[in-house]
Design a protein around this ligand. Sequence first.
Ligand code: NAP
Length: 296
Amino acid sequence: MQTANQALDVTVLGAGRMGSALIRAFRAAGRSVAVWNRDYGKAEALTPIGVQPFKDIGEAVGASSLIVVCVSDYATSSDLIAALAKAGAISGKTVVQLTTGTPAESEDFAQALDRAGARSLDGAIMAYPKQVGENACRILLSGEQAVYDRVAPILNALGRTMFMGARPGAASAADGALLFYSQATAFAYFQSAALLMAQGYDWDGLADLIGGNEITADSLKSWEAAIASGVHTGSEATLDVHYAAFKSIVAAADASGSRHPLMSAVESQFERAVALGHGGDELSGAFETMRPGRAS
Ligand code: NAP
């Protein structure tokens, strides 16, 4: 049903893998949710959980005062917000940007929203879609403290919100640092598993030997199962999505003169995995570029 100008709790722009997870978590917390997605079918598919899908982005934004954006990249979200600003649809709204990007993009985005008469927070989701809504899912947010205080009670439906500071780029900067750490660690795990496999030693207890916190242990176990089966399909985050986020980290490192050989090594692992056709796999698809005897 398409009904504009209703006072729903939140509008979500983007119903991809992560956007859908955010929407489900808001609904699970009892929040009323308006949804817009470029491919309307994905928004409509969420009607069984009680969301209101909109074909028109302006009507979706008109349905609530809190707008959460989660699309592929900042170029996309900036285009969407620019069109809304031109139509006068974003003034007076509070926009929470949960798309991955660089700190510089966050700063630019916050300024564009300020010029359009909107308040904003820039954020980063430190989890996979299946973890959204759990306490283990951290949502890093930066911007005006008063805005954070006002919207945190609603955003708490997504996980554990953490205020990172007033600079709009602060959440994105922390996201890049944590993401590079976890991606580099993932490739280190794939290399370690390949090393054990190539020597003919047990490799499938490695995840338990490494252990780690809840999210790390869960990832390791799912990668172990994917490596064992050779099947890397899933519904969390594609290697392409990881690589896009990684490119933002590299851009921030290059801009700040802090790229070192380790980052370049991880970059070439991503390039190789994508070149060999694993972009649509989950991250563990990169292991196939290292599998002893038949790396592809
Ligand atoms: P995804 O499943 O590929 O979804 C991408 C979303 O962006 C879809 O809603 C897509 O719409 C939309 N989109 C792409 N190009 C567009 C355009 N030109 N105009 C309008 N909409 C467009 O990716 P995802 O995994 O949900 O990731 C979304 C964001 O969340 C990314 O910034 C990612 O880094 C971040 N994130 C993801 C994870 C994760 O584990 N998946 C974790 C943390 C953060 P269509 O459906 O119409 O294509």
